[in-house]
Design a protein around this ligand. Sequence first.
Ligand code: AMP
Ligand code: MG
Length: 272
Amino acid sequence: MPNAEDRHRFRPGSKIDLHEVATSAPRNEDKEDAERELAELKERLFDLQERLYAERTRSLLLVFQGLDGSGKNSATNHVFSGVNPEGVHVTAFKVPTAEELAHDYLWRIHRAVPGKGQIGIFNRSHYEDVLVVRVDEIVPPEVWRERYEQINQFEKLLADTGTTILKFYLHLSKEEQKKRFESRIEKPEKRWKFSLDDLRKRAQWDAYLKAYDDVLERCSTDWAPWYVIPADDKWYRNLAVARVIVAALEELDPRFPEPAEPPGGWDHLVVE
Ligand code: AMP
Ligand code: MG
C-alpha cells in the first residue's frame, strides 16, 4: 500500500484512459476523518509555509487543471485558508491577451513562476496550450505536438533551479459537472461563475479527456509529477491535494535561518 500522498501520483511511462478512472472518493476514506485530517494538515502547512518563506532559498509551484466546475479555485481556497497570504501568489490564466499572444506561450507562465520563499498557485497554466488550444484547433497539430517536450524541458529548468513542482488534475465526472452547473444556474449568487462557453466545452467532453490522457502520459515526470485527483467529492479532493502538498514540503524541510550571534550574545542584547 503506497503512502496516502502517493496514491494518485501518475507514474512516468504509464498509460491512462480517464474514462476508466474513478472520480469519487476511495471506499476506505471517511468524510468525518477527512475533515479532522485536513484541519491537522492545514496547521502543518501554516508552519511549513512560514519556514519556506523565512528560508528564502526555494519555491513551490502548484499547477491546477481540470474541466469547468472541477474546483480548481475552491480546492486552493480550502487548503490555503489560514496560510499567510504574503507568501502565496495565485495566478489565473485566461484567454491570452494580444501582448501575451505576441510572445511564445511560455512567456506569461515564466513571469508568474514563484520567487524564492514563495508558493505559486496556477489556476490553469501552460497546459491550456495543449488542451483548449488542441481541442479548439487554435494552432495546427504540428505546433501543439512539439509542446509536450518543450513543457518538460521548461519544468526541468525550474526544478533544477530550486522550484518544486506539483501538478493536480481534478478529475470530475460528467454527471457531477451537470449538477454543479445546474446549481450555478439556479442560485443568483453563483451565476457569475457560469458562462455559456462552459456548455460548449462540456459538449467537447471526450476530446478534453483524450487531451488530458496525453498530458498525463507525456508530461508526468520525476521532476514535475502529475496527480490525478478524484474531484466529485469535495472533501476528498481537498484532503488528497493537501496530503500531497504537505508531504512535499516536509520532504523539503525548510528551516528558519539562524542569524549571526550579535556581539556579546543574544542574552545581553537590550531593547531600550
Ligand atoms: P475560467 O478559468 O473559467 O475563468 O476561464 C478561463 C478561460 O480561458 C478558459 O475557457 C480557458 O480555456 C481559457 N484559456 C486559458 N488559457 C488559454 C490559452 N492559452 N489559449 C486559449 N484559451 C485559454
Ligand atoms: Mg470556468
